[in-house]
Structures are given as C-alpha cells and as structure tokens.
Design a protein around this ligand. Structure first.
Ligand code: SF4
Ligand code: SF4
Length: 291
C-alpha cells in the first residue's frame, strides 16, 4: 500500500479539487482510499457528491481533578503546554476542557494521582463507499474544537483500516503539526499551488516540510493563467526547482470545472474527455509509473 499526500499550505488553492479528481481517475486502475484530513472543514464528500456515512466518535482524554487527593503543588499547570490548567486563588487546579489537547502530561506528572482520565468527543470520522474501487474516510472536528492533530491522527488511523493499494491523503491548509502528521510516511507529496504571491510563498513552506520528512514532491499549478503574471509563475518554477520538485501539471481555470463543483459531479467523472480531465489522466499515469 502506498501513501500519497495532496497538500499546499495556503487554503483555497484547490487541494480538494485535485485530490478528489485524482482519486476518481486513479481508482480506475487501483483501489483508492481517499482520506479527507482537512478536519476543520472537510469537503471532499461534497465535491464527490456523496453523504458522510458510518460515523465514529473521536475521543480524547479529558482530565478531571479529584480534589480530595490534591496537595496544591501546581505541577499539573506547569507541565500543561496548552494552558488548559489554571491555578485558582485557593491554589487548586482548574481544567479548561476546550484548551486541553488530551496529551495526558498532567495525569502522568501529578505526584498524588489526583488527576483522573475522562474522555470527551472532539469530532467524528466517517467511512463512505463511493464506488467499488474508491472509499472516502473523513475526519471532522466538532464546531468550536481546535485540536486538529488528534482528529488528523484518528482520521488517518481509520483510513489505514480500509487502505489497500493507494491511500490518498487530502490535508488541511497550513503548515503546522496537523500537516506533518497527515503527510507522515507518504512516498510522494503533491503540492497544489496557485500563481499568486501567497501561493508561491506557501508552496515553499510545504515543500520544505516535505523535504524535512524526506518525501519527494511534485507540484500542480491550479488556476493557471488566471490573472497571473509571468513573473509569479517563474517564481514558482524557481521554488520548485530549488526543491527538485517537478511541475507535473498546470490546470487552467475553466467554467466547466466551476460548474462541476457546483453540481457535485467531479469533472473527471462528469466528462472524462474534457481537457481538464485529460490533465488528471496524465497525472494519474505518472503516479502509476512510480507506485
Ligand atoms: S499535580 Fe496533582 S496534586 Fe499537584 S496541583 Fe495538580 S492535581 Fe493537585
Ligand atoms: S491532558 Fe495535556 S493538555 Fe490536557 S490538561 Fe493535561 S497537560 Fe494540559
């Protein structure tokens, strides 16, 4: 089983558009599990036109204090690096659940075992069968929850349960630990960018993260030709070259693509002979050549 990640740093570059269409084309040759790990706003199911199914909760440790056993030492507050434990005026610890990442450091550090482990649900994972050769696993945080890493970890763990030939990971935006976790163990990272100054800037960040993990990268330039100056594209070429990342596709903006997104019918499914679909075919063939 091979893991391939689709990421891009900046939000709105079209990662999900690329990931879903690539998943459809690849699934004509191999079994594909698409993991939507953009846990703060997963939308691959919307692009694929399917409803989320088979919900499972994502639970993290929710520590609570047994005050009878607390000696008011403050160790728990000191080890908590998310600031979830504050000491009250009475020198008793108070846990703010929303800030707690469930790391268990306080539980382990408490000298009197006064901190016990409860659990709380921070989100859900879903498993949706799209067709015989394509399954979608989605990680989704509950409204107001901020702890993306545990949700990404759980979404990936669940996706690995179904992965057979290819696990295609659609990461969230950004370059934090949730991205590092999502792309870990990938054999290839496909960085999706757009020809804007911010797109070029974030491309460099995501390529750097991939390099740190020894993951080779390819670049897809989405929305190519839409108001972009040649200078910015040259910059993207130069950044990609600096990371030995081949630019494997330039996907132009096309009204038919916008329409396919609105209709929830991916262009590669709706119109396999479309010029944009042919670009995805080429990318899929290139992937087939390395997996
Ligand atoms: S580490 Fe344990 S004993 Fe110390 S303040 Fe926290 S709960 Fe109380
Ligand atoms: S589990 Fe970790 S994040 Fe949560 S309160 Fe304890 S030390 Fe802080």
């Amino acid at each position: 089983m091979k893991i391939i990640s689709v990421s891009g740093g900046k939000g709105g570059t079209g990662k999900s558009f690329v990931a879903t269409n690539l998943a459809i084309v690849l699934s004509r040759y191999r079994h594909v599990t698409l993991a939507d790990l953009d846990v703060e706003g997963p939308n691959d199911h919307l692009l694929l036109g399917v409803d989320l199914a088979e919900e499972e909760p994502i639970k993290i440790v929710n520590p609570f204090v047994k005050y009878d056993d607390c000696i008011k030492c403050g160790v728990c507050a000191n080890v908590c690096d998310t600031g979830a434990i504050v000491m009250t005026r009475e020198k008793l610890p108070f846990v703010m659940a929303r800030l707690c990442s469930g790391c268990r450091s306080c539980v382990l550090a408490c000298p009197t075992k006064a901190i016990l482990e409860g659990y709380r649900v921070i989100g859900y994972t879903y498993h949706t069968v799209v067709n015989n050769n394509l399954e979608l696993v989605t990680g989704k945080l509950r409204e107001g929850e901020e702890h993306t890493p545990p949700a990404v970890r759980e979404g990936k763990r669940r996706a690995l349960r179904y992965a057979r030939d290819v696990l295609l990971i659609d990461t969230g935006a950004g370059t934090g630990s949730h991205i590092t976790l999502a792309i870990k163990d990938s054999m290839l990272l496909i960085a999706v960018t757009e020809p804007t100054p911010l797109g070029a800037h974030d491309l460099e960040l995501i390529l750097e993260i991939a390099k740190e993990q020894n993951i080779p990268s390819w670049v897809v330039v989405n929305k190519y030709g839409i108001g972009a100056s040649e200078k910015i594209f040259e910059k993207i070429v130069s950044i990609a070259r600096g990371y030995e990342a081949e630019i494997i596709a330039k996907i132009p903006y096309h009204d038919d693509v916008a329409r396919s997104i609105v209709e929830r019918r991916p262009i590669t499914f709706k119109n396999p002979d479309h010029s944009v679909s042919k670009i995805f075919n080429d990318v899929a063939h290139k992937i087939m050549g390395v997996i």
